[in-house]
Design a protein around this ligand. Structure first.
Ligand code: BG6
Ligand code: MG
Length: 215
């Protein structure tokens, strides 16, 4: 039986992927190349530096030093922050706030498990910080998904054993991380992509607590 719900942030609670895409695209364009929305799918759930490495690869750019890479990632993040500073609660994905509240009302613990170092800013802008008992993000983990570290830390922070946790994720690497941590999984997105998730729904607006009971 389920005692805690751990939510990924980007793509589950809010659609920030479009802002990540715009900022990375601008960076690629300034270096003289472009990449597609389809390629952008591969960046979901992937850390900032790993995303940069993928993008540089797409542009066949192989000569950047680690200092130059840090500068590129910092530039991208400045553009990204300019956009997320404009976020409002209106951009919370359909049903997300409501579902987290339903979990809390049912006595379940709630946590965020995100790769993003911008998690505190985003939750603040969306006015959602208070809805979570624990927030584990890119500032407090070292191993990226599919390593289960972020979710295991979330489970520990709310005092619930992994087997009693369910993770909500839109990224393949995130579902794998949850499975690697011994947790139950709900995929948010397409069943064709999230093949390893126990249940897949298009959004939290399509989910009920009864559906979780079957996990
Ligand atoms: C994940 C996003 O949640 O966070 C990725 O899906 C992003 O696209 C990663 O690269 C890291 O985010 P940030 O905000 O620390 O650059
Ligand atoms: Mg995500």
């Amino acid at each position: 039986n389920i005692k805690a719900c751990i939510f990924d942030l980007d793509g589950v609670i809010v659609d920030t992927a479009v802002y990540h895409y715009k900022a990375w695209k601008r960076l690629a364009n300034e270096m003289g190349f472009d990449f597609t929305e389809r390629q952008n799918e591969q960046l979901k759930g992937v850390s900032r530096m790993a995303s940069l490495d993928l993008i540089l690869g797409w542009g066949n750019i192989t000569n950047k030093t680690s200092e130059e890479k840090d500068a590129l990632a910092t530039q991208k993040n400045m553009w990204y922050i300019e956009m997320i500073n404009q976020l409002t609660p209106a951009e919370i994905l359909p049903g997300a706030r409501e579902f987290v509240q339903i979990c809390r009302d049912a006595g379940l613990k709630t946590a965020i498990g995100s790769a993003s170092k911008n998690t505190p800013t985003i939750l603040n802008k969306l006015e959602l910080t208070q809805l979570f008992d624990a927030i584990i993000d890119g500032n407090s983990v070292s191993a990226p998904k599919p390593d289960p570290e972020v979710f295991l830390k979330g489970a520990e922070a709310v005092g619930v054993a992994p087997a009693h946790c369910v993770v909500f994720e839109d990224a393949v690497a995130g579902i794998e991380a949850a499975i690697n941590g011994g947790m139950k999984t709900v995929g948010i997105g397409s069943i064709d992509i999230l093949t390893k998730a126990q249940i897949v729904v298009s959004g939290l607006d399509k989910l009920t607590l009864d559906m979780l009971a079957e996990l």
